[in-house]
Write a new protein. Structure first.
Lengths: 343, 251
């Protein structure tokens, strides 16, 4: 069934997914949802594959009108969700009747909101992904009046459990109010730090000179033992770059190579969703973690997501809300996540 | 890059040494050292090709530059030690060390040099005491091997030991036009997209370097050869808007 979501007030909304996997070898950054956990949670809550294309709101209020019955869910930063003016829960499936207005307002405790819609969104793809890549000019912001086309199996559905929020899930969350503590593990030039403890004994503030490529931090001067420039090389998401000025930049998913700066630490996989929600003015503390510890934390997070997906699937089957996952959906297999057997 | 580079023991022209180290919890960085720049690049590029052709279980993606290969992996499926062992084994296999024959594509790239299309050529020639024709000759007289596909799919070439070392502009331009042929250090690059940039602009190609509506958006890969040739401004429209494709491939 072809249906749609009309954009009444776009705010800052784009198409998004988990990223452009396999395209770094041709020179395209992975990009994708800075908060990978929320993107997956939102999709799970509408019965989609975790890597399905969804909408991502950044900081600003947005409003939509369902042009057909749709099932949506909101995850990520906290926000005030209303349907025709009536409050609806965060991190929960929300059925919309044709003509109903969905508004997301007062985005707080983070900056990015994942809005998933059951079904496949019609979007242009670059190298298999809908994720915006501002450097190459792919993926425009939605505009007021746009129609987001959706192929969905969701049909008009009124369920008493959805009018009252008793059908609640408690998704895995990386959020602790503010980004707070980011765990870091060793980078390729950690041994060039004059004192590794200065990273963990100080508080850093996210500067307003920050974007999808990286967050610049304001904090104490960080010393380096040498000043030699490094030859350009690929760097991981979460890489903490030390500039000659003694300042730090934490690289986000739009990063590609370092232009001569050492990587003195790397934000761990399980802390990256918090990194993706960081916003200018936030305070950040670092804590060192071994690679083994950070992989173990990532395993626990993936296991929690797997359990959550099973639980939501059970609830869908029990309530008859969805008759299984649409099989025509495009799947982007995210890091560390394999499709569950019923997908 | 200045002249021939030797390793710690002063060896020149030896097989490069590959060092593998963890880069966060989900990636490794392979660094080639010792030997000659061309040999280091060849070792990295050959390893790149092998990983793309036969990815290991848990392989996610890679970024190759002149002396480094960054390889991302899924830490749920594999771990650093396994990935390091696999890469080490690959780098020692005869197929990798013997630089097996790779199908190389060839690209012919028309360029308008100097003037408003290469606004830095005149000043650059003066500051390095060369003629403008010297730079045109240096870039068009031989095939150039594509070294690295950089960020936003930028093709970057190492012009070799004999190339003049070109300084970056003191102040980067806020907007460099797409298709700009540019120099910095001993490297030449073509800007695929209009973007800020600090390299010296010496020419402009009317070809579309990269088309994000195509999949893949670029046709070239490291190891392919490029031949630049000068065209007069009057021929711009004959080429304008054509995609940059290998010779023998219809658009």
């Amino acid at each position: 069934v072809s249906a749609g979501l009309r954009v009444l007030h776009a705010g800052h909304t784009t198409f998004q997914d988990l990223g452009r996997f396999g395209a770094e070898s041709i020179g395209l950054s992975v990009n994708g949802a800075p908060d990978q956990l929320s993107a997956q949670v939102a999709n799970i809550l509408v019965g989609n594959p975790r890597g399905a294309t969804h909408l991502e709101l950044t900081a600003l209020r947005a409003e939509f009108r369902a042009e057909a019955p749709l099932l949506v869910a909101v995850a990520g930063a906290k926000c005030t969700i209303t349907v025709d003016g009536v409050r609806r829960p965060h991190s929960s499936p929300i059925p919309l009747l044709s003509g109903q207005r969905l508004a997301l307002d007062r985005i707080r405790h983070g900056v990015r909101v994942s809005l998933a819609v059951n079904g496949a969104l019609a979007t242009p793809l670059l190298a298999g992904s809908a994720a915006p890549d501002p450097i190459v000019g792919f993926g425009q912001r939605l505009a007021d009046g746009d129609l987001v086309e959706v192929k969905t199996r969701h049909v008009d559905f009124r369920h008493p459990e959805f009018d009252l929020p008793v059908f609640r899930f408690w998704p895995p969350s990386a959020h602790s109010g503010t980004p707070g503590e980011l765990r870091i593990t060793v980078g390729t030039e950690t041994n060039e730090l004059q004192a590794p403890d200065t990273l963990t004994s100080s508080v850093f503030a996210v500067s307003s000179v920050s974007d999808y490529v990286g967050l610049r931090l304001v904090g104490p001067h960080i010393g380096r033992q040498t000043q030699h420039e490094l030859v350009s090389r690929g760097v991981p998401v979460g890489a903490v770059e030390l500039l000659p000025s003694g300042e730090l930049i934490v690289l986000n998913r739009g990063r590609f190579v370092t232009a001569g700066y050492p990587i003195v630490a790397v934000v761990t996989r399980s802390s990256q969703p918090l990194l993706g929600q960081a916003t200018p003015g936030d305070e950040i503390r670092f804590r060192w973690e071994s690679r083994q510890e950070s992989v173990a934390a990532h395993r626990r997070e993936v296991a929690a997501l797997n359990r959550f997906e099973l639980l939501v699937g059970e609830a869908f089957r029990a309530s008859g809300l969805l008759h299984g996952h649409p099989d025509y959906l495009r799947t982007t297999a995210p890091f560390g996540v394999r499709a569950s057997p019923d997908q | 890059m200045t002249g021939r580079i030797t390793d710690d023991r002063g060896n020149v022209g030896q097989t490069p040494i590959l060092r593998i180290s963890p880069s966060g919890d989900s990636a490794v960085l392979v660094e080639a050292s010792g030997s000659h720049p061309t040999a280091r690049w060849a070792a990295i590029t050959t390893l790149r090709r092998h990983l793309l052709e036969t990815p290991f279980t848990g392989y996610v993606d890679l970024v190759s530059t002149f002396e480094h290969l960054f390889v991302g992996f899924d830490p749920i499926v594999t771990d650093y030690e396994d990935v390091a062992r696999t890469i080490h084994r690959l780098s020692e296999s005869p197929a990798t060390t013997n630089a097996a024959v790779v199908p190389v594509r060839h690209f012919r790239v028309p360029v308008v040099f100097g003037g408003s299309h290469g606004p830095d050529l005149e000043e650059l020639s003066r500051s390095l005491s060369k003629t403008q024709a010297y730079f045109v000759e240096a870039l068009t007289s031989a095939d150039l091997t594509l070294g690295v596909v950089g960020a936003s799919m930028e093709p970057i070439f190492d012009l070799g030991d004999s190339a003049p070392i070109v300084p970056r502009r003191a102040a980067p331009r806020p907007r460099v036009p797409a298709g700009s042929v540019s120099l910095a250090s001993a490297n030449m690059a073509i800007y695929p997209f209009a973007s800020p940039g600090g390299w010296q602009l010496i020419g402009l190609t009317p070809l579309i370097t990269c088309d994000i509506r195509r999949d893949p958006p670029v046709a070239y890969r490291p190891g392919d050869t490029f031949r630049l040739f000068e065209i007069p401004l009057g021929e711009w429209d004959d080429w304008g808007g054509q995609p940059m494709l290998p010779t023998g491939v219809a658009p």
